[in-house]
Design a protein around this ligand. Structure first.
Ligand SMILES: Cc1cc2nc3c(=O)[nH]c(=O)nc-3n(C[C@H](O)[C@H](O)[C@H](O)COP(=O)(O)OP(=O)(O)OC[C@H]3O[C@@H](n4cnc5c(N)ncnc54)[C@H](O)[C@@H]3O)c2cc1C
Length: 239
């Protein structure tokens, strides 16, 4: 682990007990890859665990494990990532980044995510729940198909136990889903936002996901009248 801003434990691992440090939201693992493709041997990943989880740091990613028509398939980085063994040591750069839940600000929040863009919100919602924060938060996340969905049950449980938190999942291509889905369908739209966020001009909006998806969602949010200074964005470049 290469230190950027946070003290490390003696074994070189970032000190997950350092809550302030773990509030920084990104890590950059650097894998030992024999013949890396042109994308290289490191990536940014969001810390998906809560800053209060002291024993581990969670990152979450998408592994398709199916070759794409042009033959590229997964990057050499992801292939190596899948091969990692328990206890294998990996160097990280970080933590860094400030796309975090600032609990000093009491404004309502709307978290909008496309698929894997849910990772920072998993961290923030878990943290808000663990600290019993009363900041009203609505998460709206879209996945292509019902089988792509993850963390649904866990986040719904958080919402059930904290009346300030709302969790809405939507499936944009239900016709391609091979598991049953009874929830919202369609992309994140003005109608969907307005139906779950009655006072939709009041909150701060956080948008995360692959850049094309983020741009589309940002357009929707601006179209309903939210001003730019209330919109915060994290692009998962690379997708
Ligand atoms: C601030 C920030 C935070 C991020 N947080 C996360 C996170 O929490 N989780 C996460 O999963 N990602 C996150 N990302 C994105 C992450 O850094 C990677 O870019 C992403 O996971 C894609 O990884 P990959 O390049 O290994 O491609 P893959 O995931 O292997 O593939 C992605 C797409 O690129 C294609 N592709 C793969 N290799 C090549 C190639 N050599 N040439 C052409 N096409 C190729 C694939 O076919 C596929 O369509 C974040 C990025 C940023 C900037």
């Amino acid at each position: 682990m290469v230190r950027e801003t946070c003290p490390l434990r003696q074994d070189g691992v970032p000190n997950a007990a350092d809550e302030e440090c773990m509030k920084l939201n990104k890590l950059d693992p650097d894998l030992d890859i024999k013949n890396p493709d042109e994308r290289g041997n490191s990536r940014f990943f969001t810390i998906a665990s809560s800053p209060l989880e002291k024993d581990y740091i969670m990152i979450t990613t998408k592994i398709t494990q199916s070759p794409v028509p042009d033959g590229t398939g997964e990057s050499s980085f992801k292939k190596r990532l899948i091969e990692l063994k328990a206890q294998e040591k990996v160097q990280f750069f970080g933590p860094m980044g400030e796309f975090v839940l600032n609990e000093e600000k009491k404004e309502d929040r709307v978290f909008l995510a496309g698929g894997i863009g849910i990772t920072p919100f998993h961290s923030m919602l878990t943290y808000a729940y663990q600290k019993n924060l009363s900041i009203p938060i609505a998460l709206i996340v879209s996945f292509s198909t019902a089988q792509d969905i993850f963390w649904h049950k866990e986040l719904q449980e958080i919402a059930t136990n904290n009346p300030s938190i709302k969790v809405i999942y939507t499936v944009s291509r239900p016709e391609k889903s091979n598991t049953k889905w009874n929830g919202e369908t369609g992309r994140i739209s003005d109608v969907l936002i307005k139906s779950h966020v009655p006072d939709f001009l009041r909150p701060l909006y956080y948008i995360v996901g692959p850049p094309a998806m983020v741009a589309g969602i940002e357009d929707v949010v601006k179209k309903i009248g939210v001003s730019s200074e209330k919109i915060f964005i994290e692009n998962f470049t690379g997708y």
